[in-house]
Design a protein around this ligand. Sequence first.
Ligand SMILES: C[S@@+](CC[C@H](N)C(=O)[O-])C[C@H]1O[C@@H](n2cnc3c(N)ncnc32)[C@H](O)[C@@H]1O
Length: 392
Amino acid sequence: MEEVLVKCERLDHFGRGIGYVLGKIIFVPDLLPNEEALVKIILDKKKYMVGEVVQLVKKSNYRIEPKCPYENCGCALKSLDYLKTLEFKKDKIIDILKRYGEIEGVVKEIVFSRNIYAYRNKITLKVKDGKIGYFKNGTNDLIEINRCEIASKKSNEIIKVLKNSDLSNVREIVIKDFGEVMLIIKGDMNIEELKPLVNSIYINDRLVYGKKFLIAKLGEFKFYVSKDSFFQVNMDVALKLYNKVLEYLDGGKSVLDLYCGTGTISLFLSKYFDEVTGTEINEEAVKCAFLNKDLNNISNVRFICGDVSKEIHHLKADNIVVDPPRSGLTNEGINDILKISPERFVYVSCDPMTLARDLKLFKEKYKVKEVTLFDMFPWTYHVESVCLLIRK
Ligand SMILES: C[S@@+](CC[C@H](N)C(=O)[O-])C[C@H]1O[C@@H](n2cnc3c(N)ncnc32)[C@H](O)[C@@H]1O
């Protein structure tokens, strides 16, 4: 395909360079602001193009040599100076809140990650034709890897062993590393060499070796982690984020922790509220939440297993924290929160677009007081937002 010279004007929300060629916008992964490159056009649509850098002609002062050699993996910002990646994420959230939520002047700071490499406690590896790696963004094309710089040290030791194993009948391997390690394998393989490295192995949802649950330590609490339950991927940043939720809620009589996962936020809140109610749809996560409550000798927390949009009709509290999946809140959920009308409402979000959409619907009755951002996923374009809303 045709090659063109592109000057990068800025980054889009996915960390891709933006330039213009013949009046049409072009998105180029791994091209930084003010850089120029010879770019191969790989997609030419009516309104936009996508390109691939063939040769860098002018280099940014903020370009760094990435530790990871693989192109098109999930770390879209890995060639940019870390402090600049934080600036990018803050500007991106400011822009999204303004454009889609009509909210301005509320983003306070972005909290950095102490570990910018080896920070992930969970990775999902894909296997194709016996080779292991990640799928190229949005495709089923495998990028074969030898290691992953954001995965834990133990995960990389396991990858080394996997690369010398017969994976011809395997489709996917999840590694969870919380000090104790779990492997979740889809397909079939010989696991003898893996056993000394891990505490638990599941094959096709069946426990075939070791413990059913892992135990993760976060702050003063311990948490059971199961095969399918959600846990924040970066422990250092998760702790900082939960402390911000505590600071924003400021204690009180009762609080709802909606979308509570294994009950992490609920347990953190239990010291500062008389009553805490967590609600979560994943049965296994709720089982862990009950176990976590007992493991930490906590009595003022209860958990409900169910869909927040349905359960919330029966609930009441002075304060609410929500931490929904990427899809954000449902309209019913928003209406019910408005009916409950808590004094303080904290919204934890991993998707700024749905956050902006939802915050706009609270605007009439709530003031967005402050938003703090957390770099839970260094080198990727993702960022966690914690927003404090106060009833008007
Ligand atoms: C981003 S996680 C938050 C978990 C928890 N707050 C934490 O920090 O570990 C979102 C959680 O929402 C749960 N979830 C998704 N849809 C739900 C729904 N409709 N009702 C209740 N929980 C839901 C998921 O299973 C997941 O555990």
